[in-house]
Write a new protein. Sequence first.
Length: 154
Amino acid sequence: MPKFGKKSNTSQDIPTAALPDIIFMLLFFFMVTTVLRETDIMVKQKLPKAAQLTKLERKSLVSYIYIGEPKQSSLFGKEPKIQVNDVFVEVDEIVQFVNQEKDKLNEAERDQITMSMKVDVDSKMGIVSDVQQELREANARKILYSSIQTSSNI
């Protein structure tokens, strides 16, 4: 009787030829769909409503000032606070903030900087006018008041 041996040449290796393609597709997908948050808003924001709005042309020239009651009222109190970037500031520090924001831009764009104020509906006008006065002193003449659009039923 002939001796028949059972030889199998199967390997236990996993094919990895397509692995780099899959990794790059996943990387590209997450790079496209991920939104990076610029600032962490620490004040309550219920924006006023407006009927006519215009969009900004260049958002790179916009710096944001948030005014409203702090979300953590146990730490910061219930009085409206001014937030720029990720910190609370006082009214007299607005000029310094504007100068820092202007320094980030090149020389030709410094006069085109727009200060966007996102003010809570329940905030008093006194703090808003104080910030406006400081923006005048800092020579930031373009001020944008952010709001949400309403449907007009006129």
